[in-house]
Design a protein around this ligand. Structure first.
Ligand code: 3PY
Ligand code: MG
Length: 252
């Protein structure tokens, strides 16, 4: 069972940890904290399939879902990350209805979609094939990233696609597409996020946001404003923050 997907469907908040380091030990450590899910970023890192598999093994004992943020819209990549053991895909930069339909299709087996079937790790190498295949289409989480002004314009066309579980805002790309790169609190960026949030409400899709800056107050206000599929910071930022906090106290 995909606990994160069930939580989102029940209107609850599900909080994720974001892995940039592609490191299984880091993922294991983070899965031992109060995150609901772990995402491996394969878009903006060197993370490959072998590292993803190690991470899935490391997180398995916690029972938490591992999701992969894909590099793009490639159905071969979606198939491989799911075969390796991810319970969902986070698809970057979905700007049109056709791209949203493709995101859903590549996550699901026929007849609902186009995912290829095999005796991969996700099926316990075939020992659990029938159950996995039967339950997968309902169990897999599909999150589309709306992170461009074009997506804001097309929000209703995108979020009305059947099979989308969550919308996930990438604030850096969204701000960059508005010529306001990194100005996450600019009123126009905020207004675009509000439009995406409102779109989620109209279409019954769980609203999500990557709260990239490691600021607890920002996390709190994001959840209070309605975001429920929320990723907190980055593993790399946690290391930077921890180093700086400790180094600050050194008399030298
Ligand atoms: C962005 O801010 O653009 C992101 O993709 C964050 O994950
Ligand atoms: Mg992005």
């Amino acid at each position: 069972m995909n606990v994160t997907k069930a939580k989102l469907a029940a209107g609850e908040v599900a909080v994720g940890g974001w892995i940039m380091t592609a490191d299984a030990t880091v993922a294991e450590l983070m899965a031992g904290e109060a995150f609901d899910w772990i995402c491996v970023d394969m878009e903006h890192t060197a993370a490959g399939y072998a590292a993803l598999e190690d991470i899935c093994r490391a997180v398995k004992a916690s029972g938490k879902e591992v999701f992969a943020r894909l590099q793009g819209h490639d159905e071969v990549m979606a198939k491989k990350v799911l075969d390796i053991g991810c319970k969902g895909i986070i698809v970057p930069c979905v700007n049109t209805r056709a791209e949203a339909e493709h995101a859903v299709a590549m996550a699901k087996y026929p007849p609902a979609g186009i995912r290829g079937a095999s005796l991969a790790r996700c099926t316990d190498y075939g020992r659990d094939f029938t159950r996995y295949f039967t339950e997968h289409n309902d169990d897999v989480l599909v999150a589309v990233m709306l992170e461009h002004v074009d997506a804001v314009r097309n929000v209703d066309e995108i979020l009305s696609v059947e099979g989308i579980d969550a919308m996930f805002i990438g604030p850096y790309d969204l701000s960059a597409s508005m010529n306001l790169a990194g100005q996450l609190d600019h009123p126009e960026v905020r207004a675009a996020q509000e439009q995406l949030l409102a779109g989620c409400r109209r279409h019954g899709v769980a609203p999500g946001l990557h709260v990239v800056p490691t600021e607890p107050e920002r996390v709190r206000s994001s959840v209070e404003s309605g975001f429920r599929f929320v990723a907190l910071g980055l593993d790399t930022r946690f290391i930077i923050d921890g180093c700086r906090r400790m180094l600050e106290g050194v008399p030298r």
